[in-house]
Design a protein around this ligand. Structure first.
Ligand code: FES
Length: 290
């Protein structure tokens, strides 16, 4: 399967030249001549890279589209090469410094662009599809075949993916969108509608804070607040180091020990602010020893 690149630019000559260049180098190229059409195609075609003109119907349209891409869960990982007539005239409407970690804009290229420079940028930033990726696609194909023609196949496939990985990785959603010929936005609609599906890897340890009546009356809210503060996450989130995932539950069935938290399958009774600090510190120290 060829890597797909979407060019969004109202400069017909530039689009023609770049399309020819990229196709000659083995890419599948899709075109859009304005921002609106461009964003629809981003969502429906899931390209591996976007070449985006800065100034189309207005001066900062490209930057606005890049911002929209970065705010949408279905598109935020797609790398963007921003094309401009003159870098110095750019006036970004949002805080932006192109670098490798700043998604989605990876580089700003000034016209006229040398073909070799453009190709270098494309090969540097296009979402990687090496052997690992081919294996992943093969696995997905057999999953899609297994559920082919069956009712509710998208949900069943997503269930299998979630059970395997513990979440639905973005790269898999992208490929699934192609294999099922279903817009990526539709796949994300399903993922975000059902609580069961997760978009981020689960933490190594699952912390369940009981907010049932008995625990609530004995100060569970304070316990939850302390955990959020210590871990710097909200309910439903995972810590940056991937060590803890925080969730709230209703009654763990040991109300006499309220307030209660559970970490994985271990129950901690009558917890308070000080105990929480000790418990979390213990887990972190054990992790450091490994
Ligand atoms: S209310 Fe918390 S264990 Fe029952």
């Amino acid at each position: 399967m060829k890597n797909r690149i979407l060019i969004i630019d109202d400069d017909f000559d530039f689009v023609d030249a770049v399309k020819t260049l990229l196709e000659a180098n083995g890419y599948d190229v899709s075109l859009a001549y304005d921002g609106h059409d461009g964003f629809q195609k981003i969502k429906s075609e899931s390209p591996e890279l976007i070449i985006l003109d800065m100034m189309m119907t207005y001066k900062t349209e490209g930057a606005d589209i890049a911002k929209t891409i970065s705010q949408d869960a279905a598109t935020k990982d797609i790398p963007v090469l921003l094309i401009t007539g003159a870098k110095k005239d750019m006036n970004f409407p949002f805080d932006f410094e192109p670098d490798e970690n700043n998604l989605p804009v990876k580089a700003v290229l000034e016209k006229p662009i040398k073909p070799e420079e453009l190709l270098k940028m494309v090969t540097t930033y296009i979402r990687q599809t090496g052997d690992k990726h081919r294996i992943l696609v093969e696995g997905l194909k057999s999953l899609v075949d297994k559920w082919s023609g069956k009712k509710g196949k998208l949900i069943m496939i997503l269930h299998e993916i979630q059970n395997h990985y513990g979440y639905v990785p973005r790269a898999i959603s992208f490929e699934l969108s192609r294999l099922l010929d279903t817009p990526l936005a539709r796949i994300y609609e399903v993922i975000t509608f059902y609580n069961f599906f997760k978009l981020v890897p689960p933490g190594k340890h699952l912390i369940s804070v009981c907010m049932g009546t008995a625990c609530y009356l004995k100060g569970a809210q304070k316990v939850l607040n302390e955990l959020k503060k210590m871990l710097k996450i909200e309910e439903g989130q995972t810590t940056k180091d991937g060590l803890f995932h925080l969730q709230v539950v209703r009654c763990l069935g040991c109300c006499g020990l309220a307030p209660v938290i559970m970490i994985d399958d271990k129950v901690f009774a009558k917890v308070d602010k000080d105990k929480i600090v000790g418990i979390i510190t213990d887990y972190r120290e054990k992790q450091d020893e490994k």
